[in-house]
Write a new protein. Structure first.
Ligand SMILES: NC(=O)c1ccc[n+]([C@@H]2O[C@H](COP(=O)([O-])OP(=O)(O)OC[C@H]3O[C@@H](n4cnc5c(N)ncnc54)[C@H](OP(=O)(O)O)[C@@H]3O)[C@@H](O)[C@H]2O)c1
Length: 258
């Protein structure tokens, strides 16, 4: 039996994950209140430790709560899977430092297909001419998503910037275009964010050349792929030595696909 504590279980993703786990025979899930850690959450975690035990903490909450939970996981030597997004660079560094003594998997996107798409776009960014092929990213989400751009889109930009040897900070264009801007600069990765209604999550990267273009799009219609990924990550992380991993480490997808 795998005992999983789910932080953020009253939210959209955490709730969907709890529901998904109900149908898995060898898993016992416990909801942990991340938004009131001090009042309830820590007590729930301690009770789990003293009772049936606890194998891994899975977190879909918010950056502040994740950092607190990470400290608890490190102090109690418990592996952690972090699906929460929206961290600043400083928060991400702090999270990785805190979780280094235990085994932890951090991924802004738990879908296997999205991780494969990251590899595909990283290869495309590398082999397509850096000086003539422009890169644009478009992401769409439901109206309640708090952060923009999505961490998945930022990771896409980070991957292609690395492959092209560009500084992410210098090449990132933060807004959609508006006004008389002149010619597009060459070293540019633009991200456009769309928010509305109950739009499903969608990420597209466009490699635009002269007379032709290539697009890679990932669409998720339900939260099931993320739940599946988080469970797979939980089963994997409890067997790893201490250190901070991502889903690409777990999937073992080679850096070069073609
Ligand atoms: N990695 C992936 O594949 C993936 C997929 C989907 C979503 N996500 C990320 O998962 C996170 C949650 O998404 P969601 O759509 O479920 O959001 P949500 O519906 O707003 O739920 C977030 C949950 O986190 C807890 N929470 C909210 N505000 C908090 C605060 N200020 N402090 C501590 N805890 C707080 C609450 O749960 P409790 O009351 O139970 O504590 C809340 O229900 C986001 O960062 C999102 O981007 C990641």
């Amino acid at each position: 039996m795998l005992h999983i504590a789910v932080a953020g279980a009253s939210g959209r993703m955490g709730g969907a994950f709890m529901e998904y786990l109900e149908g898995i025979e060898d898993v016992k899930a416990l909801a942990v209140s991340a938004h009131s850690l001090v009042d309830e959450g820590y007590a729930q975690l301690e009770t789990a430790l003293k009772g049936d035990g606890l194998d891994v903490v899975v977190d879909f909450s918010s950056p502040g709560a994740t950092l607190e939970l990470a400290m608890w996981a490190a102090e109690n030597a418990k592996p952690m899977v972090v699906g929460t997004t929206g961290f600043t660079v400083e928060q991400l560094d702090k999270l990785a430092d805190t979780l280094h003594p235990v085994a932890a998997l951090l991924s802004p996107n738990m879908s296997t297909m999205m991780n494969l798409a990251w590899r595909m776009m990283s290869n495309a960014a590398k082999v397509l001419p850096h000086d003539t092929i422009d890169i644009e990213i478009i992401e769409k989400h439901h109206r309640d998503k708090r952060n923009a751009p999505s961490s998945t889109a930022l990771k896409m930009a980070q991957i292609v910037a690395e492959k092209r040897g560009w500084s992410l900070a210098d090449s990132l264009r933060r807004n959609s275009r508006w006004g008389l801007l002149g010619e597009r600069s060459q070293k540019e990765i633009a991200i456009s964010s769309v928010r509305g209604g109950t739009l499903n999550s969608e990420h597209t990267i466009i490699f635009a050349g002269s007379g032709e273009s290539l697009e890679v799009t990932h669409r998720s219609q339900t939260l099931e792929p993320f739940s599946k990924g988080a469970l797979r990550a939980s089963r994997w992380i409890v067997k790893q030595p201490s250190g901070v991993y991502d889903l690409l480490d777990m999937l073992g997808l080679p850096e070069v696909l073609f």
